[in-house]
Design a protein around this ligand. Sequence first.
Ligand SMILES: C[S@@+](CC[C@H](N)C(=O)[O-])C[C@H]1O[C@@H](n2cnc3c(N)ncnc32)[C@H](O)[C@@H]1O
Length: 247
Amino acid sequence: MPSTQPPALALRAIEALGDPRAKPDVRWLTSLLGGSGAGVLRTLGEAGRFVHRERVLRRAHLAGGRENYAQFRAPLELYTLIRLLRPSHAVETGVSSGVSSFHLLLGLNRNRAGTLHSIDLPLVQSTPVLGARESPVAVPPGRSSGWAMPKISRARWDLRLGPSQVLLPALVEEIPRIDFFLHDDLHTPAHLAFELETIRPKLSPGAVVLADNTQWTGTAFPRFARRLGVPVRRRGRSDLVGLRVPG
Ligand SMILES: C[S@@+](CC[C@H](N)C(=O)[O-])C[C@H]1O[C@@H](n2cnc3c(N)ncnc32)[C@H](O)[C@@H]1O
């Protein structure tokens, strides 16, 4: 049976990003994707290619006054899911500085296939320096969603700015299928339920659906999983959860 320890190259990438919470959870990925886990380990090992870019991402956060900042705690898992699922259409809600978008795009660029559709209603930081009482998800003055992302081809990025309540239904109408979805915007039970119901008709067989910060979203995700007849896969003891649509 393959190890459940992430490869050393993945750990180097996480060290460069500067957030120990982001150590990849091999068990979670394997439970989401099925199989032996060998592909997961091999793909996580590719993170050695972007150690430098993780360092650049960290520096951008530090320069923006975000000391212990990684908005999304499972960045290499996102990369791995994209590499192994090879989605045509990946959708995320909630961009902020761009940790999740960056890792999703890294995967799509390496696949040389697929589009990332991101929706974000940016919260704007009120002063040039992040105030102690201000949300770290706010975007610094003069910058836009994804402001901390290192230089990378954005040709596969379809970034849409505005409320997901309006933009997500329009996007779902427009695209033929959704092979990957990440909810990371407004964490309320009603909003998560709305997003999941909105994407449901376009979810492709075998699609992966993730939701972060589910400690605030009540039973919305487990109800959705029950409706699809699949288990909820929780990342360790965190409140980042996922499921796989039946194939
Ligand atoms: C937790 S942050 C996203 C973090 C991001 N995924 C990352 O990896 O860094 C949440 C983002 O969702 C945005 N947001 C909040 N409510 C929203 C809504 N109704 N529609 C779209 N975006 C929203 C916030 O302004 C913020 O940029």
